[in-house]
Ligand binder design. Structure first.
Ligand code: FE
Length: 337
């Protein structure tokens, strides 16, 4: 018996390092608070640990590139399709196996060669001052270029990738010259040189510095659910207008994931992707950060429901990456700082 116990102990000690070695290395441009709780659940369910490295997307891409085939990274998560596209263009990604879960993601939100896919949707509508009767009549992005809004529009800088992707989507749908014309006129209506993030544009509308802004919905949702009374009051002064509902739909983007080219833990990484696409994870995205689930049939948070249903653009998101350089040049020509 003693011998047996000793034997089991030796076998267990020999095996356990192998079991513990199951891991996934994740490079994430998502803030830790907006991904870590999900990763912990994944570890609880599978026993696979996740080593999280957070940073700015471009820095993580540079790091992946310089590490080359010795990179420990299995997955790259970003908050905009433009960066996923960039990582793929630089040869830093590989095809994600088409699992049952992956196949449920609409093809619009997946790379044609399967190198990346969306994990959540982010919508970028128009936000207007609730007390501006005139602004409430706006129905399209095109309306924002009307000279009646001279000095009344707030938006962040053109070096922000959300704006670049929005303009790229316009190029894909309207063509380059119509988009250039729109951006030229739109820029003339700016209330101030672009500054700050999306939240700052919402605050500027609340403060009456402008009547109209463009921002991602989760910023407004975050302000509405803030513990800070002042922030909540600011958000209540702003309402969402879904643009182009009788035409192409409102602009959307994704937060998404790419599989690293030299992923040393590919099998575990694929399991994590499947987990992030589970109903449970999708529901978490929709409630914790007020993002829209990438899958149909997942409930929205109360705040998202209060913004209402909307029609979305149908552009394959890979095109937003392809047209990024054209969008940047076009914004430059229009003098969008
Ligand atoms: Fe953001």
């Amino acid at each position: 018996m003693k011998k047996f116990i000793f034997f089991s102990f030796v076998v267990t000690s020999l095996l356990s390092p192998l079991v513990l070695a199951e891991q996934v290395n994740l490079y994430s441009a998502r803030k830790e608070a907006l991904i870590k709780p999900l990763l912990d659940k994944f570890t609880q369910q599978t026993g696979i640990s996740v080593n999280l490295v957070t940073g700015k997307a471009d820095n993580l891409i540079t790091r992946l590139k310089s590490e080359g085939k010795y990179s420990p990274a299995d997955l790259l998560i970003t908050t905009d399709v433009g960066r996923l596209y960039r990582a793929k263009q630089q040869g830093l990604t590989q095809q994600i196996t088409l699992s049952e879960a992956v196949a449920t993601v609409p093809s619009q939100f997946r790379d044609e060669q399967g190198h990346w896919l969306g994990l959540s949707l982010r919508a970028r509508p128009i936000m207007v001052a609730a007390n501006s009767v005139n602004a409430q009549t706006i129905t399209s992005l095109e309306d924002l270029a009307d000279p009646q809004w001279k000095g009344r529009v707030c938006i962040r800088s053109s070096n922000n990738i959300y704006n670049q992707s929005m303009v790229a989507a316009l190029i894909a749908q309207l063509g380059e010259s119509a988009t250039q014309q729109w951006v030229n006129d739109f820029v003339k209506n700016f209330a101030r040189p672009p500054q700050g993030g999306d939240r700052d544009q919402i605050k500027a509308v609340a403060a009456g510095l402008c009547d109209l802004a463009i921002a991602n919905t989760y910023y407004l949702a975050g302000m509405l659910s803030s513990d800070d009374e002042t922030t909540q009051q600011q958000a209540k002064k702003v309402t969402v207008i879904w643009p182009n509902q009788n035409s192409r739909g409102a602009h959307i983007n994704i937060s998404g994931v790419a599989l690293a080219k030299h992923a040393p833990n590919k099998e575990s990484a694929l399991l994590l992707i499947d987990f992030l696409l589970s109903q449970e994870s999708q529901l978490w995205y929709a409630t914790a950060n007020h993002e829209y689930p990438v899958l149909d049939g997942v409930a929205w948070s109360d705040i998202l429901q209060s913004f209402g249903q909307f029609k979305t653009e149908q552009v394959p998101l890979g095109q937003l990456g392809e047209l990024n350089a054209a969008a940047v040049q076009l914004m430059d020509r229009a003098g969008w700082k």
